[in-house]
Design a protein around this ligand. Structure first.
Ligand SMILES: [Ca+2]
Ligand SMILES: [Ca+2]
Length: 451
């Protein structure tokens, strides 16, 4: 090797060593620490557009020591939850990157792994108020240096959502926004607003529920609460304990996946105000008139577009459905069916939309739908994807009762209305469905004068 090659190699190694020394990393603990228990220590890791891959450890007492923290910019805090094994959360870097890609902010990752890593969950819950007090003191320092609380956004996951609430309450609700991703339920359910997240903790509080039957919180906690797939169980997550640890956390962790999906612009999930998921699936809550031209709120990072109307409404409970994996968003159609069979019919409908070899599928199977002669039955069809244009439609009717004689559903009119596009509804008149077989047809634009 030539001497200059050695020099290059040396410089490369030196640069790596320098980077490793310079970049602060999230605390990495192990099960041993979790068994022994850890007491609270809050580390604040700053990322900016200039330093998006290399965090700076912030000093709690001397903000001037860190020139990278520019308080004329808004600040986003990211706060994790329970860490039963002590490992760093896998999603922190993705969330940081996507927030920075969207907005020129200071991202401060709150690393309270010391405090969150403990097999005793009750101890960790105790630590949430301490972590909250620590972050509050830091924000007060930010204020002394000219930072404005209203430009602060806290994204809190699970216990991190309640920590955000404590910080917000300590600062008299002056924080701009709290986004709560599946706020923790155990030990918080049934407590008063001072002991958990509530809408008074920030100017605007948006909440996502994905595991309200286990690790999450059932009741609304914000100005808007989004219940994904009903808020309890998520598609694609294991249903039995034989799937190992993912059985316990898959539904809960999906909240982060859905929020990341809202940040990276893959697609938008429209959420519909409704009193229950059953009514939502029955298509009883498809009206968005109260939101005017903006339509119903879109889940996630950009829901601030609806902030002023949501604040006027007080607390709004909304529902949306997702796919099992990214892209999570579905495409909704209102489907109205009128039959001319003499006898009423009950059954499940599957609809497929075809365009250029692509097929979008909607199974309306949460319960059997009832069809009556000359009466319109409204169905809510949620397709796994959108098609650019609807070339053909396939419809299948099934009673779900294999040992009975096969029924026919004689359709007088079926009308499909896209819930997002202001396009003319698509119709098909006079078509008979044989039970359990797809009937495919070319739809035509509906003409109201025909009926
Ligand atoms: Ca509170
Ligand atoms: Ca669940």
């Amino acid at each position: 090797m030539f001497p200059w090659s050695y020099l290059t190699l040396f410089l490369l190694i030196a640069a790596q060593v320098n980077k490793a020394q310079r970049c602060a990393e999230f605390t990495d603990l192990n099960l041993g620490h979790a068994f022994l228990g850890t007491s609270v220590k809050v580390r604040l890791l700053l990322y900016t557009r200039e330093n998006s891959t290399c965090a700076t450890l912030l000093s709690h007492s001397n903000l001037s020591a860190c020139p990278q923290l520019n308080l004329s910019r808004p600040t986003t805090f990211i706060i994790h939850g329970y860490r039963p094994t002590g490992s760093p959360p896998v999603w922190v870097h993705d969330l940081t990157d996507l927030v920075l890609a969207r907005k020129d902010v200071n991202v401060i990752v709150v690393d309270w792994n010391h405090g969150a890593a403990n097999v005793n969950y009750l101890k960790v819950v105790e630590n949430t108020k301490k972590a909250g007090a620590n972050i509050t003191a830091f924000i007060e320092k930010m204020q002394e240096h000219g930072g404005s609380p209203s430009s602060i956004h806290m994204i809190g996951v699970s216990l991190g959502a309640h920590i955000s609430g404590f910080v917000g309450a300590n600062l008299n609700g002056s924080i701009g926004r709290i986004s709560a991703l599946d706020p923790a339920g155990p030990q918080f359910t049934g407590t008063g607003p001072e002991d958990r997240l509530d809408p008074t903790d920030a100017e605007f509080v948006d909440v996502l529920h994905t595991d309200m039957d286990a690790l999450g919180y059932r009741e609304p906690l914000g100005h808007i609460d989004f219940y994904a797939n009903g808020g309890a169980d998520q598609p694609g997550c294991p249903k039995t304990i034989f799937s190992g640890t993912s059985y316990f956390k898959c539904d809960h962790q999906r909240s982060v996946g859905l929020y990341l999906g809202s940040l990276n612009h893959t697609c938008a999930s429209r959420a519909f105000p409704c009193s229950s998921n059953t009514d939502f699936l029955d298509g009883k809550c498809l009206s968005c008139d109260q939101f005017g031209a903006a339509g119903c709120p879109v889940f996630g990072y950009d829901v601030t577009q609806w902030k002023s109307i949501l604040l006027k409404l007080g607390q709004t409970k909304t529902f949306f459905t997702t796919n099992a994996e990214s892209p999570y968003c579905i495409t909704g159609y209102q489907v109205d069916v009128m039959i001319w069979n003499m006898e009423p019919r009950q059954g499940y409908i599957t609809i497929k939309l075809h365009y250029n070899g692509t097929e979008a599928v909607a199974n309306i199977d949460h319960k059997s739908s009832e069809f009556k002669k000359n009466k319109e039955t409204r169905l809510f069809a949620q397709f796994d994807k959108d098609v650019e244009q609807v070339e053909k439609v396939s419809v299948k009717f099934s009673t779900g009762k294999p040992f009975q004689p096969k029924y026919k559903l004689r359709i007088l009119r079926i009308r499909l209305t896209h819930l997002e596009l202001q396009a003319t509804a698509l119709c098909r008149y006079d078509v008979t469905l044989e039970e359990n077989s797809d009937v495919t047809f070319r739809p035509i634009p509906c003409e109201e004068s025909n009926f």
